[in-house]
Design a protein around this ligand. Structure first.
Ligand code: NAG
Ligand code: NAG
Ligand code: NAG
Ligand code: NAG
Ligand code: NAG
Ligand code: NAG
Ligand code: NAG
Ligand code: NAG
Length: 794
């Protein structure tokens, strides 16, 4: 051993000298040679120059042996690192070396010769450590093809194209974007052969993707194939043995790609078309980072808005355990008491805590639910929520407060158990619902009378987020069945029924009588009328383009299914079978706004109401705290009317989820929309923002006012010249011209029977929406504010 150390040191000396004289990068490392942290030129570079391996600085005087994308070469801290040998044990900047020993082992020794990392290999044959063009660092025999070790077998948080994820490997996130130590999130095949995301925190662990309240079957996964293998190819197509597949939004040839489990617990695919440009996200498992478990630690709530991003807050009566790190969660500032008469409950609205239910009971009123909690010493809080699908209340008692999430569409409250008389048990204590959403709403609606504020909230309350809250157990209320099951300290979210379901192709074929009654077309498919086996009338859309993989299709369906607003068409289910892709929606008696306008069925107040409701649902899609969604194809054909002429927005075939990291570098590449309603950004290839929907909305409102379609030509008299113009130009022209402009533009079928001031505000708002400069257009919440303020007695 001493002998070897000696010869090894000697070799290093020789090596050190040779490096002093020549500063060339290495193409591989042979037996007996090493790479020193002190010489930044000591790097192994792949033949194509794309990847480099060597020591890299990951903090102040701390280094890791890593592989990274060679470009950009500038700063250590901006490297895109794809693999690390010693992420959890960074080394000192002095005298640390990675050596390929004569025994065939690769060792990373720090200044005090501690073995920080090793490949645990042995061979007497001549070997080389070589960095392949795909970014795989391999230890292989010089002669022959035998590979003893490869970095692809021990990924850190990144997979490269062609690098398989297997039953033996997993991705583990970093602590944060700047600290590369192992974090709490993992991506691997579970015991049931399903590829998913898991949280492994300080005290608790759980799975959060695919949605744990759904069966793997219902998200299109299959657990029969035990080969457990998943791989991303260089075109951006991902295939997993559990039948999960997707293609990135930029499917095709790009320069570089990588799949990374980010420190926020979301797995994403990044692409780069030019090494001098930034990486952009071309796929992500889901949006809305509050769905990630443990993201704010225990006893806290997470809220998300596109503008501010994720925000964590302690629940009332609790403070952060570690003011610099949310993963430690919050601790109570009081002592728990078992004494019933000393407990009180504080309501926090729209907050759900996932998992750790002690009891679950249906059809329970508030006092019965409270009783259930107060009887139990371990009950920290209870959740009481209305379950609209069944028209009853549900009660969950909580032994732990994990995965707290604030989202306005969750129609329910959590009641925190606090000691009586303490200051934080009073209502004015810091409430998580003082978050951005409600703040904004209060600001926006402060001008209104109390009544309208309440009215607004009634509307708001009817916008129920269903899916997350559809955690249905096979347990029944004790009041009903005199039987209670106890789910102590476990994830009690089982599935019995879904907010929407999977239909078979045959079922839908039967429902539509062989797709015989067509009721609409466009947005990527044909819509048929159908009657489901349970007697409900449905609109069934058969998509033309069925090339999309099932996984990707289901991901989209899941996102749309999760949206819930009274002015959004409700999706009941889907079918993804072979080459068939179908969506099942509620059927709308009164047809589309387009039909109703041309049939002159709408008086001015109906038109006003429709404008306001569509404004609200767009504000919900763009700005509420769920996800940020653009519709991109607002037009009268996509606005359907129910039996009360309440409008519902349909057709998300073209909708686009906006990643908040991606706002400037817009990921919308294809032109979407319908001529006449499309904002100028599409034509001038400018970044696509929510203002494209604002523009289309403005056109629709103008169409409702004038009864004229934007695609019909307008005679514009400009001085002597007469030309064909757009609806917008025509209305602007009229407005500029005279005082009675309104009378001239209002649909002759409305006659004179309308409220002039409201019609005027509607026209002004519409004109504001259709200005060419997108930044000058109002936001949808501003639109709602303007319409509602003036039309408040409708
Ligand atoms: C390095 O990254 C930081 C933050 O990510 C960024 O502000 C800075 O501009 C980058 N520097 C270079 C040279 O790319
Ligand atoms: C990175 O995180 C680990 C684990 O929390 C911690 O021990 C280490 O000090 C952190 N490193 C830096 C540079 O903050
Ligand atoms: C299991 O998955 C692997 C990898 O995706 C695939 O090659 C194989 O054909 C599958 N086996 C079965 C029985 O479906
Ligand atoms: C996997 O998906 C393919 C095509 O989508 C389908 O034919 C096959 O039946 C699925 N396998 C399982 C086990 O679900
Ligand atoms: C990459 O971007 C730089 C600067 O933006 C440009 O000069 C160069 O031509 C681009 N290279 C390729 C291959 O597009
Ligand atoms: C969360 O609060 C409970 C009491 O409700 C307490 O027992 C627990 O220790 C807290 N968790 C953390 C991480 O402080
Ligand atoms: C509970 O608290 C009440 C009032 O503080 C007290 O009178 C009663 O003795 C307590 N009960 C127990 C079992 O400690
Ligand atoms: C709540 O339910 C319990 C049990 O069914 C019943 O005794 C009680 O009267 C109910 N309370 C209210 C306010 O409805």
């Amino acid at each position: 051993m001493n002998n070897m150390d000696f010869s090894f040191t000697l070799f290093l000396l020789v090596l050190a000298f040779s490096f002093k004289s020549s500063s060339s990068f290495l193409s591989s490392l042979r037996k007996g040679s090493s790479i020193s942290v002190e010489n930044p030129q000591d790097q192994i570079i792949s033949q194509n120059g794309m990847f480099s391996a060597g020591f890299t600085s990951i903090g102040e005087n701390s280094y890791s042996f890593a592989i990274w994308f060679t470009e950009p070469t500038s700063l250590d801290l901006n490297k895109t690192i794809i693999w690390m040998a010693n992420r959890d044990q960074p080394v000192n900047g002095k005298r640390t070396k990675l050596s390929l020993l004569n025994t065939g082992n690769i060792v990373l020794l720090d200044v005090s010769l501690n073995n920080v990392w090793s490949s645990n290999t042995a061979s007497l044959k001549p070997l080389e450590l070589h960095l392949k063009n795909d970014g795989n660092l391999v230890l292989r025999e010089l002669q022959g093809i035998n590979i003893l070790w490869q970095s692809f077998d021990s990924p850190t948080d990144t997979l490269l194209p062609g690098q398989p994820l297997t039953r033996y490997t997993k991705l583990v996130s970093s602590i944060s974007e700047s600290n590369h130590s192992s974090g709490f999130y993992m991506f691997f095949f579970d015991d049931e052969n399903i590829l998913g995301l898991h949280y492994d925190g300080r005290d608790v662990s759980s799975s959060y993707w695919p949605s744990p309240w759904l069966l793997s079957w219902d998200v299109g996964r299959s657990n029969f194939n035990s080969s457990r293998n998943a791989v991303l190819d260089s075109f951006g197509s991902f295939h997993s043995s559990d039948n999960f597949t997707f293609s990135t939004s930029d499917y095709g040839t790009v320069l570089q790609r990588m799949m990374k489990l980010d420190s926020d617990g979301v797995v994403r695919v990044y692409s780069r078309t030019n090494v001098s440009q930034n990486w952009y996200v071309s796929w992500q498992a889901f949006t809305g980072t509050c769905l990630v478990h443990g993201i704010c630690g225990a006893n806290s709530t997470c809220s998300y808005s596109p503008k501010i991003g994720r925000k964590c807050s302690c629940i009332p009566g609790y403070r952060m355990n570690n003011p610099n790190d949310w993963s430690y969660g919050c601790e109570p500032m009081f002592d728990f008491t078992c004494n019933k008469s000393e407990s009180t409950f504080l309501e926090i609205k729209n907050v759900e805590f996932y998992g750790y239910d002690f009891h679950y009971i249906e059809i329970c009123n508030y006092s019965a639910c409270l009783d259930l909690c107060i009887q139990d010493c371990n009950c920290k809080a209870f959740q009481h929520s209305y379950w609209e699908k069944k028209g009853l209340y549900r009660c969950f008692t909580k032994t732990q407060l994990q995965n707290g999430r604030f989202y306005p569409s969750f129609k329910g409250s959590t009641y925190l158990r606090l000691p009586k008389g303490s200051t934080f048990s009073k209502r004015e204590s810091s409430d998580p619902s003082d978050d951005i959403c409600s703040e904004k709403l209060q600001r926006v609606y402060v001008k209104e009378s109390e009544n309208h504020f309440v009215k607004f909230f009634l509307w708001f309350a009817t916008a129920i987020g269903a899916l997350e809250t559809v955690f249905i157990f096979s347990v029944w209320c004790s009041l009903f069945r005199s039987r209670q099951k106890t789910y102590a300290d476990q994830h009690g979210y089982h599935l019995a029924e879904l907010g929407f379901r999977k239909y078979s192709y045959l079922e839908l074929k039967k429902a539509t009588k062989g797709f015989s009654q067509e009721i609409g077309r466009g947005g990527g498919g044909v819509v048929y009328k159908g009657i489901l086996s349970d007697g409900r009338h449905a609109a069934i859309k058969r998509l033309y383009n069925a090339q999309q993989g099932e996984g990707e299709f289901l991901a989209e369906v899941g996102i749309i299914g999760r949206l819930n607003h009274m002015n959004l068409i409700e999706m009941w289910g889907y079918c993804a079978e072979g080459k068939y892709r179908l969506l099942v929606y509620e059927y709308m008696e009164n047809g589309s706004l387009a039909e109703n306008l041309s049939a002159n069925k709408l008086d001015w107040s109906k038109r006003y109401k429709i404008a306001l409701s569509i404004g609200r649902v767009l504000a919900y899609l763009h700005e509420e705290c769920l996800e940020w969604i653009l519709h991109c194809d607002i037009k009268p054909q996509n606005i359907l009317l129910d039996s009360n002429f309440e409008p519902k927005l349909a057709d998300f075939g073209l909708s686009k989820l906006q990643n908040r990291n991606n706002l400037n570098n817009s990921s919308v590449s294809m032109i979407r929309g319908t001529r006449g309603y499309m904002a100028p950004e599409w034509i001038f290839n400018l970044p696509i923002t929510s203002k494209v929907d604002v523009y289309s909305y403005g056109i629709v409102v103008l169409e409702m006012i004038t009864g004229k379609s934007p695609t019909t030509g307008f005679k514009i008299v400009n001085g002597e010249e007469e030309s064909d113009g757009r609806l917008v130009t025509w209305v602007r022209e009229k407005r500029g011209g005279n005082i009675s402009w309104l009378e001239e533009i209002v649909d002759s079928q409305i006659g004179l029977n309308y409220d002039k001031s409201k019609m005027e505000i509607m026209a002004k708002v519409a004109l504001d929406c259709v200005v060419d400069d997108r930044d000058s257009r109002p936001t949808m919440s501003r639109v709602v504010e303007m319409l509602q303020y003036h039309g408040s007695d409708i």
